[in-house]
Design a protein around this ligand. Sequence first.
Ligand code: NAD
Length: 485
Amino acid sequence: MEAHREIIRCRNFIAGKWESDGEREIRRVNPADTRDLVAIAPDSSAATARRAIEGASRAADGWRRMIPPERGKLILRAAQRLEAAREEVARLLTREEGKIISESRAEVTRAIDIMEYAAGMGRRLGGQTLPAEVPGVFCYTVRQPIGPVAAISPWNFPVAIPCWKIAPALVCGNPVIFKPSPLTPATAARVVEIFLEAGLPPEVLSLVHGGSEVGTELVNHPLIAGISFTGSTKVGMTIHAAAARRLAKTQLEMGGKNPQVVLRDADLKSAVACCITAAFGSTGQRCTATSRAIVEAGVAEEFTGMLVERTRAIRVGPGDRPDVEMGPLVDEVRLRDVRGFVARAAEQGARVLTGGAEPQGVGTGYYYEPTVVGGVRPGDELAREEVFGPVLSVIEAPDLEGALRVANGVEYGLCAAIFTRDISRAFAFIDRIEAGMIHVNRPGLGGFSHFPFGGLKHSSYGAREVGEDTVNFYTDIKSVYINQA
Ligand code: NAD
């Protein structure tokens, strides 16, 4: 463990000024070493959130008047600033969230790529020119900002997710109030500093630390035009119901229960390697994590044997050690949840094939072994619920038809993967799988920085994030008809 023991004091950033909330505080420890207090941040009140909303509302008019290419240039500068701070931000992310340092570096790179893409939107924010229905009319559509936007984010990608909300929201001309997860206040504060260091007008980006009290105020306040939320399906649905009462726009990215289907003609070695990456990367704490390996009869035994052997070899420990392959869970609550899922599955007759316990001698963090569970039936809790930890169920299916039935038999539909050498079966899977992101013969994770990110069913709602579609959330369209006579 590195000797960086500085306690980071986080403040809110409201109407262009750093300030404290005063009363309650959030204390965030390093999940890899609970003796390391990383950050103290305000656990802000609804009244503080209200001041931030009013500040953002005052800034809205000036910001929408800045021409979009100029707004884009500021975001490009922020991307360059983040590039310069890449290693420092990655180290902070590992210390606060727990993921291994190579994953933190990859996350920062992803944030930079997305910001660069969003910066270019400043020159692409066009409408359409279409033919008129009657002679003598010139008609077109134009996009305009929606107004102050709340960006409510989870802890598991505390750099990339805030950046992929804040950057396009700002380029589209909306002031942003960012409410990060209370588990990652220091990383959130660093993200905001980077935008400010790039020369962003300070009043157009606010940061309010806290939990559901701040979130609820943002969702209910009449001056907030849109809520871009990433987090659990339960909270997402609550937000959507509240926002619907006042017709505020929502963009919701939520949970997943992602399958990897392995057919009998697959390259099993590659299927196993990709499954390990997708299931245990980020300690399984990814909305896109593979949590079900659905394997065609005939290769299930061989696949499972290889999978278990590879899983046993994963080195668990603090994320800042170069030889470590999987870090801790984010906190005690997550650890307790994961333990509970595995214990209940075992009680219901499933077999823990490897893992299923806290590793010994790793340190004072929230560690859990990478775990493979066999004998899971499609209707079992472990096969249906999002675990959000390093737990992979193996489920056998008779054929592609049966695999699709299992894969689609859950309420989520975020991403999915298939391993096969048969192009017809791959296309049949692409056609029928209920998922928003599909991978063939590669790990079933998210995607590229210019592709829509999101899912179907209870995994997502509203315009997709990342890619061009996100403009549909952050802008309104006006149709204009001009009589030329
Ligand atoms: P969470 O739902 O507990 O919290 C997410 C955010 O919402 C936090 O900032 C939290 O403080 C805030 N919040 C909580 N209650 C609120 C309320 N009533 N009103 C407004 N805001 C409220 O989720 P989490 O534990 O931070 O993150 C893990 C979840 O996020 C998992 O379910 C995971 O699948 C999901 N996730 C989804 C994606 C995606 O793009 N689909 C990406 C990452 C994580």
